[in-house]
Ligand binder design. Structure first.
Ligand code: NDP
Length: 230
């Protein structure tokens, strides 16, 4: 299996969980390292050649990718009027276009095997919207269209495609928030706390496993209730 963005945060926790369960896991990174037991694959996901090379490496070392977790993502928050074209396209390139690229490449061997699991890490913001995150919310909502279209195209070939939508999870991405912001968010979360990376990893493991063979095109929230009703 292949996890993108395995060097930090949620991707790191997903990688650790799959390694601990005995899977053969490759994890991409740009900087830093990946957890022990995983095959490290350096890859800039916005570069199609590097993605192709990453798959070639994984296939040579571990065999065809049966489970793809498209996790890597970035934010570049600013209000609509101040958002540059680059702020928008950079976020879409990383969060949405790269996920399409990975899914397309992974689907080849999945179709041959008549088995595959794709999990796209979206965000509660994809359905809820968020001031200052037009770029990010658009990219994360786009993943729903990707997963659901793949489900319709490839569902008959033993391939599932699902979306996990985390709420506020304690990682580098949320470490930059001020205490006031965190308190404000917490007041809106029914669970009254931020989530842990392991709580997202557990849901991804379920979706990748045999028990979830009939779950496809779903959006699974891991958000303490924050996005309910959307
Ligand atoms: P982090 O910022 O902690 O880690 C992001 C990871 O993605 C890093 O490994 C980073 O690599 C990698 N990455 C980013 N851009 C690229 C790129 N162009 N090419 C290759 N790798 C790249 O993020 P989180 O763990 O917090 O988030 C993981 C996912 O979960 C993201 O998609 C995010 O949008 C989503 N999410 C996070 C939430 C949260 O509260 N944290 C909430 C909802 C969704 P490098 O280390 O080299 O930068």
């Amino acid at each position: 299996m292949l996890v993108t963005g395995g060097s930090r945060g949620i991707g790191r926790a997903i990688t650790e969980r799959f390694v601990a369960s005995g899977h053969r896991v490759a994890a991409t990174y740009r900087s830093g390292d990946v957890p022990d037991g995983a095959l490290p694959v350096r890859c800039e996901l916005t570069d199609p050649e590097q993605v192709e090379q990453a798959f070639a490496t994984v296939e040579a070392e571990l065999g065809p990718v049966e489970v793809l977790v498209a996790n890597a993502g970035i934010t570049r928050d600013t209000l609509l009027l101040r958002m540059s074209e680059t702020d928008f396209t950079d976020v879409v390139e990383t969060n949405l276009t790269a996920s399409f690229r990975l899914a397309k490449r992974a689907s080849r061997s999945m179709m041959r095997a008549r088995f595959g699991r794709m999990v796209f890490i979206s965000s509660v913001v994809g359905q809820l919207g968020s001031a200052g995150q037009v770029n990010y919310a658009a990219s994360k909502a786009g993943l729903v269209g990707v997963a659901r279209s793949i489900t319709r195209e490839l569902g008959g070939r033993g391939i599932t495609a699902n979306v996990v939508a985390p709420g506020f999870i304690e990682t580098d991405m949320t470490a930059g928030l001020s205490e006031t912001q965190v308190a404000e968010y917490r007041s809106r979360i029914p669970a009254a706390r931020l989530g842990a990376v392991q709580e997202v990893a557990a849901v991804v493991e379920f979706l990748a496993g045999d028990a979830a063979g009939y779950v496809s095109g779903a959006i699974i929230p891991v958000d303490g209730g924050l996005g309910m009703g959307h």
